[in-house]
Design a protein around this ligand. Structure first.
Ligand code: CDP
Ligand code: CDP
Length: 234
């Protein structure tokens, strides 16, 4: 699906995918795709329309999701020395990172027509000289021919602590036991869904970052990529 090299980084919430993928992309001069942000943007539209976490995904709701995905008006800008995201010309950089948004994203992400509607938009990020993409199904569905696939994992408690620090650092309030509970619920839903479930795809390198620093994890991915690039001359 793409002629440029893609590094696919999949894994559960707060395993470090985003931080690692951005650092690897910066190091290689590659583009970066945060696929979860697309699901989070559609989740924001659902929340703006007063959807509840407990709502059933009826046929009407599914067509609404597909419509939002097809008409998604989003701007991603990482040049501002941080993340800057616009949805329908309104800045949502902070709201998109709230746990409520992530939980709604995980809820709507079970919907296959929504996933199909977001597919091409994700593939369009594969531009020269290459792409680092993070999410749940980068290696399995979106970029199945990626020369390097990583499954990044870490203990649930370590991940909850990372997310806690990250949220507090951004000025949000957070509670460890709620975070751990939500994170485990989200993992369970992401792993058990029928379409594009979260699991290491064949050929993926499983990397456990529980006891690694961010820099060590980034280096591990760069080393793996150097080995792959050497052997395939990409
Ligand atoms: O940062 P975190 O891992 O918490 O979440 P994210 O990557 O922003 O993704 C939010 C939710 O979107 C996940 O819980 C998944 O259910 C869904 N998602 C997905 O289904 N497929 C992707 N490629 C990326 C995210
Ligand atoms: O994208 P994902 O939800 O998988 O995680 P993230 O938002 O990239 O990372 C969660 C937090 O863990 C960030 O603040 C990272 O700096 C931190 N972290 C990490 O990613 N890797 C480590 N080995 C240690 C900390």
């Amino acid at each position: 699906y793409s002629t440029v090299p893609v590094i696919a980084i999949d894994g559960p919430t707060a395993s470090g995918k985003g931080a690692v993928a951005q650092a690897v992309a910066a190091h290689l001069g590659f583009h970066y795709l945060d696929s979860g942000a697309l699901y989070r943007l559609v989740a924001l539209l659902a929340l703006d329309n007063n959807w509840q976490q407990s709502d059933e995904l009826t046929a009407d709701k599914i067509s609404e999701l597909v419509h939002w995905a097809n008409t998604l008006n989003a701007v991603f800008d990482v040049e501002h020395g941080g993340e800057y995201i616009l949805l329908n010309n309104i800045e949502v950089s902070a709201r998109i990172r709230e746990e409520a948004t992530g939980n709604m994203a995980s809820k709507i992400a079970v919907c296959q027509p929504l996933r199909a509607a977001l597919l091409q938009r994700q593939r369009d990020f594969a531009q020269s000289p290459g792409l680092v993409a993070d999410g749940r199904d980068m290696g399995s569905v979106v970029f199945p021919n990626a020369p390097l696939k990583i499954f990044l994992n870490a203990d649930a408690r370590v991940r909850a602590e990372r997310r806690y620090k990250q949220l507090i650092g951004k000025g949000f309030s957070a509670n460890m036991s709620d975070l751990l509970h939500d994170l485990q619920a989200r993992d369970a839903r992401d792993m058990s869904r029928a379409h594009a479930p979260l699991k290491p795809v064949e050929g993926a390198f499983v990397l456990d970052s529980s006891s690694l620093t961010l820099d060590e994890t980034v280096k591990a991915v760069l080393d793996l990529y150097a080995a792959v690039a050497d052997s395939t001359a990409v």
